[in-house]
Design a protein around this ligand. Sequence first.
Ligand code: ADP
Ligand code: TPW
Length: 588
Amino acid sequence: MLDLNEDQRATRSAQSNLQRSAAEDTLQKKTEMTDAFHLVIDALKLNGIENIYGLPGIPVTDLARLAQAEGMRVISFRHEQNAGNAAAIAGFITKKPGICLTVSAPGFLNGLTALANATTNCFPMILISGSSEREIVDLQQGDYEEMDQLAIAKPHAKAPFRVLRAEDIGIGVARAIRAAVSGRPGGVYLDLPAKLLAQAIDAEKGRKSLIKVVDPAPRQLPAPESVKRAVDLLKSAKRPMILLGKGAAHAQADAQIREFVEKTGIPYLPMSMAKGLLPDTHPQSASAARSFVLAESDVVMVVGARLNWLLAHGKGKTWGKPKQFIQIEIAPTEIDSNVAIAAPVIGDIGSCVSAMLGEIGSSFPKPSAEWLGAVGERKDKNLAKMAETLAKDPTPMSFHSALRVLKGVIKANPGISLVNEGANTLDFARAIIDMYEPRKRLDVGTWGVMGVGMGYAVGAAIETGKPVLAVCGDSAFGFSGMEIETICRYDLPVCTVVFNNNGVYTDVNPSGTKDLAPTVFVKNARYDKLIEAFGGIGYHATTTAELEKAVNEALKLGKPALINAVIDESAGTESGRLTNLNPHSSAK
Ligand code: ADP
Ligand code: TPW
């Protein structure tokens, strides 16, 4: 036996203690593992994403559970399309990608409509769907909810990604975020197979694999010569007009846009979801003279809008006199899409408008008194005509009389979000209800899609923390109506007004069978009773006085409410303002 002195014995003992604790550390480190579920959640949180809108089930149930446990707000819906719409509008309002979480195949497909709608509207959103085993799906061997989701998402998304290894989750989420918010925003698909979600990796390695995205939507400065060209053209105009689209609202360049409009003194027209970017009561708003300025203007500066069907493709009778266009746009390929653009300014709206402000400096020749006078005259005439219509108070209510009440409600509560869908309910509300704040009017957008109502209402309530007034045609409401349970479950301050005119239109079935015509619903339905089933407050309003009392009470209480507003079924037209888009056969 080795003969050790005191010192040597002490050293040996310290060494063996050290060795033991190093071994324990290694063991501990080995057992400190993380998994794909946590890495997805950590990656989202690291990038400032706080909310998930979704509908859990195999294989993402634990993802939803753990996200809630880890402090994210998980809003669970009754149908994925509505969760997707909530995520999309969250993206529009916040400029951060809204997250929608769904199960595989059918859940994914239900969410896909919302993803496609987000891409179409240029809203940043990420649809995260669980998916089945690749080995089985690709051989079409019939897995549970088998579907090649990535391939199907591709044409409807700005970008699709799939993650197969836990250590790639950080990259996958980073790429999804960048794709959603940079350049022209859009919907991104992120495919997470069940096998990935089950993977466990070393926690330290996992942590290091995550990416905090630096400058996800970088500013894109316009070329100085494009700015000069645009300002020169604007200065040469005799009858200039500025057209603001929902891209301008999304860009959150509110102050610069207002400064530009006011400094130049040019009349402006907001597209539907750009209403409120400047208050609709602004003296330069030409909304009430829309047809006149579209037809009569000679130089039009388009800011964050596309010259698509909503703008009669920038040509034809609507646009009347020949004109030249300036277009501020982030997507260079949008330029010349429908008409020649004389002065494209490519970049983000904030940078472009700032650069144009810099170029005009302190002096800009205000538009002629003749032009401003003509616009003002037309405005006054149309406003007087509208005031006359709004003053009427028929029973049952007309679209106009009911909307006069809601116009007053938004005027008194300018900070609340207005969700709007339907045909007549949409067209008249857009014209009648003034908006006072940006990104507060949320509607059917580029597709004119029905069914965004309750999803948008939930998304707006969660993201803004403020009340929402959802004004929906009875047909439109039906597409997402079951989400009033979601609204009640999360106790959201959403007041839904269903404009109940017994369906879409007053057709009669010409065949003599007992079926109703395809555009007609159950007469005198009581939508207010639906919300009572979930503990919300139902109101039945047959007069403007009842409607006004009900909305004000609901907003004051800040509780889930649904008002069944009875509207004269003969008051509207089929398809509202879009009747002309219905094809008519020339066959006799
Ligand atoms: P609207 O329906 O209101 O007319 P669109 O959705 O047709 O508006 O057009 C919005 C346009 O705004 C899109 O072409 C989009 O590329 C553009 N856009 C979105 N965000 C920005 C931004 N930050 N900077 C510049 N352009 C943007
Ligand atoms: C996803 C077609 C356009 S408008 C509308 C439908 C079904 C309903 C109009 O009736 P509503 O409104 O809501 O009662 P109102 O104010 O005139 O009484 N499916 C989808 N999107 C669209 N746009 C349709 C169908 C449509």
